[in-house]
Design a protein around this ligand. Structure first.
Ligand code: SF4
Length: 305
């Protein structure tokens, strides 16, 4: 692994222009305690007071799926059949089987941007959201508009209940410095749980070659962490496949990748890796044992990935 700087020593994020502001007053705060929260104006369906507690209903809520023996057998069968399928064919299958209760979470990584380009051709009505923790780089937020302009897909930016100032005030400072697992849980997992309520399946851009944990994923599987089906259209792709597609089709991508960031997450927990590193997850929570935010990590029983 190449040399990496220690995390959390200082704010190393590139200069960031604030997005246009809208006020969000979390219900749990008294008016006196409420802190204005910057929210990108490009949330396609959120209202002025919308937070993860009152998510937009893109489609009628579906009765939750249950992991019955019949469903698990169906998923196993589908997984076998799709193992050598193209990502587009996998997305088509997911859309045919689960739309309108199919959704996708994206952090605007290269894989997410590639899937968004595929979605625009295969299943453009799919509801796509981003977990806007309040700690994302401006370059990441800018991608939302670039994708909308090129593909007509408006990614919904979903925020946690508490703004960053309110959250840090509640914890006596930034929790990412002292308890990043809790911070990820509060600002990502909780929002994701609410976003997928009433959905039957979600897609993500993870690939098997990204890490030893991710090497175990199936193309289609039951996700017991979030109680719905997880579809990974790029499970079989390798890094070169992703970047070739980006180059061939001029797909918008996060320019931080050109500045030594192999993977881009929240700015406090992401570092450039100046000397390069084969590990695509290098630079995330560097200097700690943490490797995943919890969205894609294995449960103790091996499920939920
Ligand atoms: Fe918090 Fe860091 Fe997790 Fe973002 S990646 S939610 S800042 S701990």
């Amino acid at each position: 692994m190449g040399a990496v700087s220690k995390p959390f020593e200082r704010d190393q994020r590139p200069p960031r222009e604030l997005p246009k502001l809208r006020l969000v007053v979390p219900e749990s705060l008294s008016p006196a305690a409420a802190v204005p929260q910057p929210v990108p104006t490009h949330s396609s369906t959120m209202t002025d007071t919308q937070t993860a507690n009152s998510l937009p209903q893109h489609a009628e809520l579906a009765t939750p799926l249950k992991p019955t023996a019949k469903l698990l057998e169906e998923l196993k069968e589908a997984n076998r059949g799709l193992e050598t399928a193209t990502p587009e064919a996998i997305i088509q299958w997911a859309s045919d089987r689960f739309a309108p209760h199919l959704t996708m979470a994206t952090a605007f990584g290269p894989e997410g941007c590639v899937i968004l380009s595929m979605l625009s051709r295969v299943a453009p009505a799919t509801y796509v959201f981003n977990l806007e923790t309040g700690y994302q780089f401006q370059q990441t937020l800018d991608l939302r508009d670039q994708i909308a302009e090129k593909y007509g897909i408006e990614v919904d930016m979903l925020t946690p209940e508490l703004s960053v100032p309110a959250y840090e005030a509640m914890h006596g400072g930034p929790l990412y410095k002292t308890n990043p697992n809790q911070c990820c849980f509060d600002r990502k997992i909780t929002v994701l749980r609410r976003a997928v309520e009433g959905k039957h399946a979600w897609m993500s851009g993870i690939r098997r070659d990204q890490s030893s944990d991710r090497a175990k994923i199936s193309t289609v599987a039951w996700d017991s962490k979030f109680n719905l089906v997880k579809v990974s259209p790029l499970a079989n792709w390798v890094k070169q496949d992703v970047w070739k597609r980006i180059s061939d089709e001029a797909i918008p991508y996060n320019r931080l990748h050109d500045q030594g960031y192999p993977s881009v997450g929240c700015w406090p927990c992401t570092r450039a890796v100046p000397n390069g590193d084969d590990d695509e997850r290098a630079g995330r929570w560097s200097g700690t044992q943490k490797t995943e935010c919890g969205l894609h990590s294995l449960e103790a029983d091996g499920s939920g990935i």
